[in-house]
Design a protein around this ligand. Sequence first.
Ligand code: GAL
Length: 747
Amino acid sequence: MNNSTLLNSDWLFCENHYCDMNISNIPTVETVKIPHCSVELPMSYFSEKSLHRDFTYQRTISVTSSDLAKTQFLYFEGVMCDAKVYVNGEFAGAHSDGYTPFEVLITPLLQCGDNLITVTMSGKENPSIPPFGGQIDYLCYPGIYRDVHLRTYSSCRVFNVKAESVNVLTSPGLKLDIYLESFLKEGSAGKLEVTVCNKRGEAILEHVEEVERFYGKAVSTMQFDELKGVELWDIENPELYKVEVRFVDKHSSDTFAFRHGFREAVFTTEGFFLNGKHLKLIGANRHQSYPYIGYAMGQSGQELDADILRFEFGFNTVRTSHYPQSPYFLNRCDEIGLLVFEEIPGWQHIGDEDWQSRSVDNVKAMIQRDWNHPSIILWGVRINESDDNFDFFDKTNRQAKVLDSTRQTGGVRCHFKGDFQEDVFTLNDFILGETDDPLRKPADTHGKDYDVPYLVTEYNGHMFPTKRIDNENWQMEHVTRHLRVLNEAHSNDNISGAITWCMADYNTHKEFGSGDMVCHHGVSDAFRKPKFAAYVYASQINPSKKAVMEPVTYWTVGERCAAGVLPLIILTNCDCVEVTLENGIKGKFYPAREQYPHLPHPPVIIGTEAADQLFGKHSWGGGWKNATFTGYLEGEVVVERHFSASKIPSDLTVNVQKNQLLANCSDTARVLIETVDQSGNILPYFSDFLTLSTSDNLEVIGPKEVILEAGTTGLWVKAKGAGNAVLKIHSHKFGEREVVFDVVEQK
Ligand code: GAL
């Protein structure tokens, strides 16, 4: 991709479709930047119909006579959905799927000087386009919500490369399928140069090879065995190599650069193995949506989600429910060792033959976009939770196998037995709540009299919606359900792992959720602020990396039914926790290994039998005390928390993702705001009203007046021009907080 320019700025935007006229004179037209969401929504309580409209985006590109001799494509990474592209009013190309990229050849329609590029698209949920046609439990936010590029080539290009590791466990090598295209009538001949460098920039492979004349498109395949000094990619050491493939003919050259991780990922009947080592997959489902702006979140926001999942919540896996997600998110998964189960768009409904053939195209587009991500370990090639449809899923499976022989397929279902056409039986198991069993027995679900590779792809979710503002009893039950499923998933080697529903609360259609257009199913809220349940997973982190100790309590006497805080679950990876009351009474408590024998780090549970020892007979009116919780590892204090009996609103804390932002490219930082007491603990029932203001070169995404919910709120700021930028947060109670950002030009 020698000459690729980002085309994210200076788009005009308005409602309705205008394919053959300049929209600049339409009174409602706005100038916008990509990523863009066509409709900014409130946090909750809105009509989804506001999304169901048609929209037009338009901008000019300037073309010189020498450009006209070249070949130019517009490349769209994601437009939701049913996009049609016009150049100077002439139709140039279309792409209906809202989640996969597409390119449009524009050269034949260009003229010297300014050219009008128009993109029409629609939020109308056209039933002939997957995932639409039935009900879906999430929103599909219209807009050009991923980057747009203008790609210019002279005589030829390398338009894709598939890299596959070979002999990973014995003597790693690399197989490359290189996709070439010549734009010349007389075809192209030349040479291919391949280099593979490690993270220190040292080449482990340098290769040059002649390519005979070819016309139009061609594929060149090469294999390099027994490469020296290869370090494998795994979740603790996600070693990435930079691969550059350059085609040079006598007129020009073009380079395709990407990253490769040498690794082997296999689901077996004894569980999942990464590079031959058994690994229990513990994951979360993720929707790529954000408050107010839906899908239109750029690089920093996408990367933060991966970081939160991996480092804050301690997951090793994510399922991109229910569609291919942002390349920025997937790139970050590669960098930090977060494994990915990626799937095609769909939710329960299967449409007619045309719909199905679009879905098979989605398999192709997803795999051809993402086959070089080492983090991706499984392709999801069924429509999530759909009925069986042998012929259709035969096609999706075959498509996946033809394109990628190295990865297995899964197909997420919620019904039992039936056709098993994929490599891994991937089941959404919501039995807990229906019965008291944490998970079903695999054999009861696939119905075979032999073991099959098996993965639980959803649990909990709608069976126990939980808001951050829900009371302690409810949150404790939420935590307990997550603990029980996790324990069960760890108990059986046949179960490769379990992926919870879901990472964060999300906006949805009116047929789902709590009546507020939100499914409160996350282990975190919509701003990704963790609920207690997130610490079920965080507390499984190896304590050598981070000591975790989260008592599931607000430490008050009358929050729970029948008073007190017992039984008290302390989610921790410590060896033991000591609780010391202000009167000096103390007790040491140990992990509940009998109750949760399979968890790497069972919680400490202070049962009601400890009530007498710690609190005397009557907590209700018995004198509530300050407490200190101390976590020990190998006899050393590693973490301490203080809880005040009488809580005074003491501070408004502001936690910022990063203080340096890039100018003019929609770079964002998340800001979490919290009211805390004198011990630094959140005040879950403290209400306050915040007014937000910014300097001219910064923008708050969403409203400028917000309330705290469950003592906290969040927001994202977006950078504009370079220089110092300021966010002011005015609280009725605490006065003003100021956050200063350094907005720098991109290098
Ligand atoms: C599943 C579905 C998810 C979500 C979840 C809620 O059935 O696959 O998309 O709706 O239920 O628990």
